[in-house]
Design a protein around this ligand. Structure first.
Ligand code: ADP
Length: 350
């Protein structure tokens, strides 16, 4: 049995991982207690009188490398078999989404194992390519976009924010297309990481200019991998790998928002609600043609990468601190809905 495979020889097309971050120093100083307990030997947590089980539960002490090796590494092989893969980090602001995804990369000493999912995945992708270049031709491109207030912005366009708006269209043959989006060709780990770094920097600048924190938008880093056999052009796959750092899931009531902030919060919640509905419908076994991807830009953007020939990992990030209890329970419930999964046979093309 390989990682991600269950004991029926099938793969869970939607998997849910729960990651609990450690208490922060400021929380310890404020006398916060932990309100969530991991059940030893089980992928289960208990909170108040509730219990939730997921595909994976990662307690506070788990390192970036342990998280990646257990929940993500095996998905890289699937990408090269032609599956689309989507990894989404969900949770309230401050729960560890960006830390887990590694979205706001700003340089490294070359040791990516201490960093989040994106740097580690990128390093693995180029390792794979290096060891298979004798038989295949690979083309890798990356895009980086931000969804804010139901608008999609190209973070790599190099243009002013107002001029980097991208339309989302659907094409019968090609699936989701984003006319005009920057698709940056990359040929090494470091080159990809510098593109990520540039996009993240643009995200922060844009946010400040608009007086917004990046936690109020969804960041989507997409790696497209085309693989073609050197001896037989008919043996070719193209896969999309979406790495999504979602906007903070905190409820509007708690943030006491009004005016623009309230409108913004409503849009964030719409997107997260639509995403939850799509993932849960996929889990219920609903026919894809009946799934309402059109309810938000986020689900439209991801529609050919959720369901069908796609593997999805939702990472629910939570704080263990008791003052976050309500938000933590709300994240656990959201993740629980996503976990009602359907299985499909593994196609092994190795
Ligand atoms: P979010 O993206 O959900 O708003 P962040 O990823 O920015 O949250 O995390 C909030 C803070 O907690 C950051 O200072 C981050 O470094 C820290 N943090 C989050 N998860 C962990 C973890 N698993 N181990 C250590 N520190 C963490």
């Amino acid at each position: 049995m390989v990682d991600g495979e269950n004991n029926k020889g099938t793969i869970d097309t939607v998997q849910v991982a729960l990651r609990i971050r450690p208490l922060m120093r400021t929380e310890i100083e404020r006398g916060c207690d932990e309100c969530i307990e991991v059940v030893p030997g089980e992928q289960q947590v208990q909170i108040k009188d509730l219990a939730f089980t997921y595909n994976y539960v990662f307690p506070q002490h788990i390192t970036q490398q342990e998280f990646y090796d257990t929940a993500v590494k095996s998905l890289i092989g699937k990408l090269f078999q032609g599956y689309n893969v989507t990894i989404l980090a969900y949770g309230q602001t401050g729960s560890g989404k960006t830390y887990t995804m590694g979205t706001n990369y700003s340089g490294s000493d070359g040791d990516f194992t201490r960093l989040g999912v994106i740097p580690q995945a990128v390093a693995d992708i180029f390792d794979f390519i290096e060891t298979h270049e004798d038989k295949f031709i690979f083309k890798v491109t990356v895009s980086f976009m931000e969804l804010y207030q139901e608008q999609c912005y190209d973070l790599l366009s190099g243009k002013e924010r107002g001029h980097s708006i991208i339309e989302i269209r659907e094409d019968i043959n090609k699936g989701v297309i984003l006319p005009g989006i920057t698709e940056h060709p990359v040929s090494s780990t470091m080159e990809t990481m510098s593109v990520l770094e540039r996009g993240s920097a643009g995200r922060v600048t844009g946010s400040t200019a608009m007086n917004q924190a990046s936690s109020r938008s969804h960041a989507v880093f997409t790696i497209v991998i085309a693989k073609e056999s050197k001896t037989d052009k008919n043996i070719a796959t193209t896969s999309k790998f979406h790495l999504v750092d979602l906007a903070g899931s905190e409820r509007i009531k708690k943030t006491k928002a009004s005016g623009e902030r309230l409108k913004e919060g409503v849009k964030i919640n719409q997107g997260l609600l639509a995403l939850g509905n799509v993932i849960s419908a996929l889990g219920d076994g609903t026919n894809r043609s009946f799934i309402s991807y059109r309810d938000s830009k986020l689900t439209r953007l991801l529609q050919d990468s959720l369901g069908g020939n796609s593997l999805t990992l939702m990472v629910a990030c939570v704080s263990p601190a008791d003052y976050n209890l309500d938000e933590t329970v709300s994240t656990l419930r959201y993740a629980d809905r996503a976990r009602r999964i359907r299985n499909k046979p593994i196609i092994n093309q190795d």
